[in-house]
Design a protein around this ligand. Structure first.
Ligand code: FES
Length: 240
């Protein structure tokens, strides 16, 4: 998104500079000739001042328009996201449908518009979650119906973390950080578990995930579920 906006800003600026250069070299030549003729009737110093004034004003106008374009692009970036996209509250569906989709996906459900993973949270681990998660209240609605919503981005250096169906963990291909199925750190250089989103469950049993606020993931050593790798890893081990 940032790259897209910067690209638009640069393109707009380049277009404006090109237009200004063209204006200077073609259309302005007539005006300059007229001014030159008039100026030549005056002294050479006056001629130079007129030309310099024109060029200075062109440069100021060009930069002004370029800055305006960049400002417009920055405003668009900082404006609230449109409903339903990342940054908004996303209705993922009914709890029943979500659990069916997770099972169909081998233990994981990816929700691209929310840049998030949804996995099942075991009921037997709830007591540990209350004791371990300082942010428990913010995610309690989903945990208490057996679900957790995890941000896809690795807290180490920001790679997108994919699921590993064989180990039933999340395993980052960039530097080997690994997380259990509920996002708690198991290995690698990550400074914490996967970050999370706050959740609500509606009267119609639908899961709402607020992707506008990211909750920092569980600290190193948190292990509420005791889930070990259930099969071969998808990426190699790395140094901590
Ligand atoms: S970005 Fe994931 S381990 Fe480095």
């Amino acid at each position: 998104m940032v790259g897209w906006i910067i690209g638009i800003g640069l393109l707009a600026t380049a277009a404006i500079v090109a237009a200004a250069a063209s204006f200077r070299s073609r259309d302005s030549s007539v005006a300059l000739d007229q001014l030159s003729e008039q100026a030549s009737e005056r002294d050479p110093e006056t001629h130079g001042v007129v030309r310099r004034q024109f060029l200075n004003r062109s440069i100021v106008a060009t930069f002004g328009l370029g800055l305006s374009s960049f400002g417009a692009a920055a405003f668009a970036f900082l404006s609230p996201q449109e409903a339903g996209g990342f940054g908004s509250v996303i209705n993922v569906g009914t709890i029943t449908d979500i659990k069916a989709a997770i099972r169909a996906g081998g233990g994981f459900l990816y929700v691209p518009e929310g840049r998030m993973w949804i996995t099942e949270y075991p009921e037997a681990a709830l007591e540990n979650a209350v004791a371990s998660y300082s942010y428990y209240d913010q995610i309690a609605p989903s945990l208490e119906v057996g679900l957790t919503a995890l941000f896809q981005t690795c807290p180490h250096l920001g790679c997108r973390v994919p699921e590993c169906v064989t180990s039933q963990w999340f395993e980052c291909p960039c530097h080997g950080s690994k997380y259990n199925r509920v996002g708690e750190k198991k290995a690698g250089p990550t400074p914490r578990g996967l970050d999370l989103f706050s959740t609500e469950v509606t009267a119609a049993d639908e899961l709402l995930v607020n992707t506008g606020t990211i909750i920092l993931g569980p600290r190193i050593g948190t292990n509420t579920t005791g889930q070990e790798a259930e099969g071969p890893s998808c990426v190699g081990d790395s140094a901590e």
